[in-house]
Design a protein around this ligand. Structure first.
Ligand code: MN
Ligand code: MN
Length: 316
């Protein structure tokens, strides 16, 4: 028997029963002794269009009940070697964005004090800024794999500097990420000006517009991304709207012509070998997710992230 936490099995309690924790893992008050912690951030007061991402952590946890502990494709068995638990939600102040940003940063600083690697259930994309602040405080400037329809590098939105469309501009300004070690994948659709994608290129980012991805496997691209990002610490930020609304309709700012769910899996599996210090899955909006399939997809993508975290066991 493993000494690690195991998800509650479908033969011990029906999948639709029991506590709705992430992957049916135990809950813990702190990250003490954990290698990886699932964290919910029920925050959507930084959104510019449809709201609802505040409801996503709970919904992703509920849909995650279907996921079994072993990855049939990659042979990853994360619970053989990693101590993983659900540490619950960050108690944000939903009436105050600036205060919430500080609350989130402090929560992650506390997690990181235990040498734990966080996988986050967002929340809108604003939350990546305080997460990156905490991580860069521990590791220094990070590499970044960013999947999204949008570059999220606006200077301001409606005059505000902290929103879900501005976090990576702030991250560059604050030295939280290293431009030459950033890859943005899936960017597309309509913008205000060419600068929306040219500004990140000017920072040294590799910008992979979605048209480069159409009709092809992204496994070769990820070989290049791993070479670009090298051996330093890397964060993976996955906005569900990087995928096409056919696969992920439950989101706030959907854009047509997006990545497939298969390409999303290829991107995450292609992060194996990087020194991932954390990851997130953001922008799921349950009110627009009538079937629950967007939250189910999000839960599976978070499991795939867990399966490429450093130290994961792969069975023969
Ligand atoms: Mn985004
Ligand atoms: Mn987006």
């Amino acid at each position: 028997m493993s000494d690690k936490h195991q998800p509650l099995g479908g033969n011990e309690m029906p999948r639709f029963g029991g506590p709705a924790t992430m992957l049916r893992l135990p809950t813990k008050e702190t990250a003490e002794g954990l290698d990886v912690a699932f964290v919910g951030v029920p925050f959507d007061i930084g959104t510019s269009n449809r709201p609802g991402a505040r409801l996503a952590p709970r919904q992703i946890r509920a849909e995650s009940c279907l996921i079994r502990p072993y990855n049939m494709a990659t042979r990853a068995a994360p619970f053989d070697s990693l101590q993983v638990a659900d540490v619950g939600d960050v108690a944000i102040n939903t009436f105050n964005l600036e205060a919430s940003i500080d609350i989130i940063e402090q929560f992650y600083r506390d997690l990181l004090a235990h040498d734990c690697r966080p996988l986050t259930l967002g929340g809108d994309h604003t939350i990546v800024l305080p997460i990156l602040r905490a991580l860069a405080g521990k590791y220094g400037p990070l590499g970044l794999v960013h999947v999204d329809a949008h570059a999220d590098v606006n200077d301001t939105m409606f005059g505000e500097r902290i929103t879900h469309g501005t976090p990576f501009r702030r991250a560059v300004e604050e030295g939280l990420i290293e431009g030459r070690r950033v890859a943005q994948i899936g960017l597309r659709a309509t913008g205000y000006a060419a600068d929306d994608f040219d500004w990140p290129r000017a920072q040294g980012f590799r910008v992979v517009q979605v048209e480069e991805c159409w009709h092809r496997s992204l496994t070769p691209l990820m070989d290049e991304v791993r070479a670009q990002l090298g051996s330093g610490p890397v964060y993976l930020s996955f906005d569900i709207d990087g995928l096409d609304p056919a696969f992920a309709p439950g989101t706030g700012t959907p854009e047509i012509g997006g990545l497939t769910s298969v390409q999303g899996i290829e991107i995450i599996r292609g992060c194996r070998g990087l020194d991932l210090v954390g990851g997130d899955l953001v922008e799921v909006s349950p009110p627009y997710d009538a079937s629950g399939n967007t939250a189910l997809l999000a839960a599976n993508l978070l499991f795939e992230m867990l399966c490429v975290m450093p130290g994961v066991a792969y069975r023969k």
